[in-house]
Design a protein around this ligand. Sequence first.
Ligand SMILES: C[S@@+](CC[C@H](N)C(=O)[O-])C[C@H]1O[C@@H](n2cnc3c(N)ncnc32)[C@H](O)[C@@H]1O
Length: 131
Amino acid sequence: MTDIERRPEDETQYRDHLQRSETVWNRWSDWYRTSEQDFEPFRTELITQLGLREGDRVLEIGCGPGVNFSLIWEAIGEDGQLVATDYSPEMVTKARERITTNGWENIEVVRADATTANLGGAMTQLSQPSL
Ligand SMILES: C[S@@+](CC[C@H](N)C(=O)[O-])C[C@H]1O[C@@H](n2cnc3c(N)ncnc32)[C@H](O)[C@@H]1O
């Protein structure tokens, strides 16, 4: 995956933007989980359309508190792998709590800015079921 190139003068502006938007998502992280049932039909439809199969490897960008994890996990099973990313520390903490609570050993959350992180590597499928 190629890194996004920004002019040096844009870099500071981007960092400011990143910090502000991270703060917003941190604040939303508690509320977000309480709303997840409202969007359940959309999530189910979207993830069904991905046509995931047992053993698939999935990358979720902007995973929030992990509201899609159970649906993806049910599709890929114990032999699959889900790597999820989010840049908000609060979202990442909540997503990891969800993993621990459910005992999912094949789901990992990486804190990263999706516009600059090198998310390529061994992933063979790309899934972005974000709302
Ligand atoms: C609308 S929520 C979607 C959460 C979840 N994927 C869902 O389907 O409900 C967007 C998420 O993307 C994350 N996000 C936004 N911009 C990002 C970036 N540049 N890098 C990583 N995560 C980002 C936010 O922190 C937030 O958790």
